[in-house]
Design a protein. Structure first.
Length: 444
């Protein structure tokens, strides 16, 4: 049994939430079952820089950073000052804010695919705006997608195509309850990295595909020519190519992965880190694709909220002035080096992967069925040592050398426990519930 005394208050609130909030949390990734349930903290009291304090008073170095939405560091002084000053002037106006135009100019100057922009309040919403525009512009309905794109019907309807129990696309184990069945077959997943698969889907759905929606990468650089191949297929089939940069944008290049890999899609979606944790999303694209949106019904009261606009303008300018691209490259490289050093000092078969914005650890296992337990054990041991992470480490510009050192010490202790577990003591050492994986992404 887990010693739950360290997180008594977290458990109390979680029990109350079970009664009051269906699903307990607003984001699946914030459920206790996503980390080491019974050991990992579930509720935070405050956050500053690279750290947060949970509701039981424990401090953690944070490598999750609000699922990557925080990029400069929690409660960044410059962004928060800009937001507070804006709140004093009005958090929303009856009229439009001139910051809408200021931010649009900044985005057009920064993101290669941006000639025109539309705002929203989050990643999934910005994806839905992109899909509406793509369908409106092409007059076609079907979407080929690869990756995770939010909770909306257009995307979740893909789950009607597979047996939810078989662990197939894209939300294994979650049925599309409440999603209209008539949408079944309108969003079709394709396999990242496999151009033949994409070509086959175009052939099977000739003349019906409005858009390709994809995460251009998650953790590894795609094979040379892959994204160009996707772009060519989109063009040949009169489909709009949309890059979902909600997760991969900002850290590697401020202009997105499209700038880093030099492939410019017709449209792109950004959110999360663009505002250092304040609600914001944006759909950008070429003038040809975006201009017809003026005739479409795409409209919402809070898309003009001044807090998100002020936070975005300040965050993007701060990323530029703090030389973020070089800093993230350096942070990513240092984390990978650290992981490799710890692996060799412990002498455990494992490897590091990922770059710039997310170094991660993968432990070689004699039997893949052990992975959920071993990964949960790692998260459990890291939490006990004051580190909040999963198997990946998403830095912010506020992570210091000292944070990396402390993380390395915790990782060394945690991997030693895993060594013992692999020698046969796993079920005694694992005191948390097993980490569940209710969804996976369709990129490698
Ligand atoms: C690539 C990608 N697209 C869309 C989303 C959905 O964004 P949000 O949770 O802000 O709706 C996410 C969130 O994790 C994401 O990673």
């Amino acid at each position: 049994m887990a010693d739950k005394s360290r997180i008594t208050n977290s458990i109390k609130y979680y029990d109350q939430a079970t009664d009051l909030i269906p699903g307990k949390t607003q984001l699946i990734s914030r459920r206790a079952s996503q980390f080491a349930a019974g050991v990992s903290p579930v509720y935070a009291e405050s956050a500053k820089g690279s750290k947060f304090i949970d509701v039981d008073g424990n401090e953690y170095i944070d490598w999750v950073n609000a699922v990557s939405a925080v990029i400069l560091g929690h409660s960044d002084n410059v962004v928060d000052t800009a937001v507070k000053q804006q709140i004093d002037k009005g958090s929303i106006y009856t009229l439009n804010s001139k910051m809408e135009v200021e931010l649009a100019e900044l985005l057009v100057d920064t993101i290669p695919s941006a000639e025109m922009v539309r705002y929203s309040k989050g990643g999934g919403e910005a994806c839905s705006v992109a899909i509406r525009i793509a369908r409106g512009v092409t007059g076609k309905d079907k979407i080929l997608f690869s990756g995770y794109h939010g909770w909306h019907d257009w995307y979740q309807s893909a789950n009607y195509l597979v047996d939810p129990e078989s662990g197939e696309f894209p939300f294994a184990g979650i049925e599309p309850i409440g999603v209209p069945k008539v949408l079944a077959g309108t969003a079709l997943p394709f396999i990242y990295g496999d151009l033949k698969n994409l070509e086959q889907l175009f052939n099977e759905n000739k003349g019906e595909v409005a858009a390709i929606m994809m995460e251009p990468l998650r953790s590894d650089i795609p094979e040379k020519g892959y994204l160009e191949g996707v772009q060519k297929l989109a063009k040949e089939n009169n489909a709009i190519l949309i890059f979902d940069e909600v997760s991969c944008g900002w850290r590697t290049r401020i202009g997105g992965i499209q700038e880093f890999l030099n492939v410019t899609p017709d449209m792109s979606v950004f959110a999360k880190a663009m505002s250092n944790g304040y609600p914001m999303g944006v759909t950008v694209g070429s003038r040809d694709v975006m201009e017809p949106a003026s005739e479409m019904f795409i409209s919402s009261s809070y898309w003009s909220d001044n807090v998100g606009l002020a936070a975005s303008i300040t965050t993007i300018n701060e990323l530029k002035s703090r030389n973020s691209e070089d800093q993230f490259e350096d942070l990513g490289a240092r984390m990978r080096k650290t992981i490799d050093e710890v692996i060799s000092s412990v002498g455990i078969p494992a490897k590091s992967s990922g770059f710039h914005y997310r170094a991660s650890l993968s432990i070689d296992l004699p039997d893949e069925t052990l992975r959920p337990k071993i990964n949960t054990l790692f998260i459990q041991e890291m939490a006990k040592n004051g580190i909040y992470s999963n198997m990946g480490f998403m830095p912010t510009l506020s992570h210091t050398e000292e944070d990396i050192k402390k993380t390395a010490e915790a990782m060394e202790a945690s991997l030693k426990v895993i060594q013992k577990a692999l020698e046969g003591d796993l079920d005694n050492l694992l005191v948390s519930d097993i980490k569940k994986e209710p969804f996976r992404r369709l990129v490698r």
